[in-house]
Design a protein around this ligand. Structure first.
Ligand code: SF4
Length: 325
């Protein structure tokens, strides 16, 4: 690990003033410290933001507001989240391990870096870590990699389960920078890799995530998150699905669907949503809708199974959601 300056700003304004290029914000540290030890991230200055008043969960504005420094386990257990947005609780509970969920913050979870092994190994090239150096995953080990939103420069998946659930719910992130505050749709916050995979977010130098806001959605209580992975705990998604459905009897009136483990960013599936709306809730309907999910998928040598797995994950998530009604 390289030397760096360590500071503890006392206010959001102070943190933003001190932030900028070469500076990293430290919350739970479960990603940043790992990557600093590996020399993948080498900030000159680390700002510990844990004293900032950015915790808590509330519904004061009508929707759900989650402070960026709230811990994953606290948010997963919060009654407002459990009752009104079970898809968020499930996504959080199925992430990482109990110890990590106690440490890791919501903001850090959303900004976590990819788990691509080449990205984390500084002895190999990687366009995301070192622009223009190449992408060994294209012709190498790519079983866990993405099939949606990929480019010839990068095929890494986005690792956050929570982000998939939030994208399904049209969540927004609130940011504070030197130029003031702004709000960005989480869906647009994550950038496609294109030819610049090192640019991952619509986040300006020194900008801080302060909150996540989920718009009011009363029927989000009918939602769930399903995660398929190689082992039962402490593992990233091979495939996952966040689903929410509003019904009148057997008829589907509205649906929200997003998948993880498939895309270079959390992947909203509006084609699947449209294929569900107006139809009778049944396995046949779910299978027909799920078939549209794979449009545009580009499997790699070792992950040709992923489009079929995505369809099956979606169908199972929708069937499991029925059992919670
Ligand atoms: Fe790097 Fe992306 Fe290629 Fe992985 S997939 S080696 S993160 S450029």
């Amino acid at each position: 690990m390289r030397e760096y300056v360590f500071e503890r700003p006392g206010t959001v304004g102070d943190a933003v003033r001190r932030g900028g290029s070469g500076t990293a914000f430290l919350a739970g540290g479960t990603t940043l410290v790992d990557l600093m030890k590996l020399d993948v991230m080498t900030p000159d200055r680390v700002l510990d933001i844990n004293r900032l008043p950015l915790r808590g969960v509330d519904t004061k504005g009508g929707g759900l507001r989650i402070g960026a420094l709230a811990r994953m386990s606290d948010v997963a257990a919060d009654p407002l989240v459990r009752r009104g947005f079970p898809v968020l609780s499930r996504a959080l509970e199925l992430s990482a391990s109990g110890q990590l969920r106690n440490m890791a913050s919501i903001g850090g979870n959303l900004l976590q870096r990819t788990r691509c092994g080449y990205f984390r190994d500084v002895s190999t090239p990687c366009n995301k870590r070192q622009p223009g150096s190449g992408c060994p995953a294209l012709g190498g080990e790519n079983r866990m990699h993405a099939v949606l939103g990929t480019s010839d420069s990068c095929v890494a998946t986005h690792a956050s389960d929570l982000a998939v659930a939030l994208v399904a719910l049209d969540a927004k992130v609130r940011l504070r920078g030197r130029d003031g505050a702004r709000t960005v749709d989480l869906r647009d916050f994550y950038l496609l890799p294109g030819t610049t995979p090192h640019l991952e977010h619509d986040l300006r130098p020194g900008e801080l995530v302060t909150d996540v806001v989920v718009p009011r959605l009363d029927w989000a209580r009918h939602s769930t998150y399903l995660k398929v992975r190689d082992r039962r705990s402490f593992e990233f998604a091979l495939s996952s699905a966040a689903v929410a459905v509003r019904r009148d009897g057997d008829t589907i009136l509205e649906a929200r669907v997003a998948v993880g483990g498939m895309g270079t960013r959390p992947w909203r599936l509006t084609a699947v949503e449209n294929a569900l709306v107006g139809r009778r809730a049944s396995e046949e309907t779910y299978a027909e809708a799920a078939a549209t999910a794979v449009d545009g998928a580009r499997p790699l040598r070792h992950n040709a199974f992923k489009p079929e797995l995505m369809k099956r994950t979606l169908i199972r998530a929708l069937l499991e959601l029925e059992q919670t009604r």
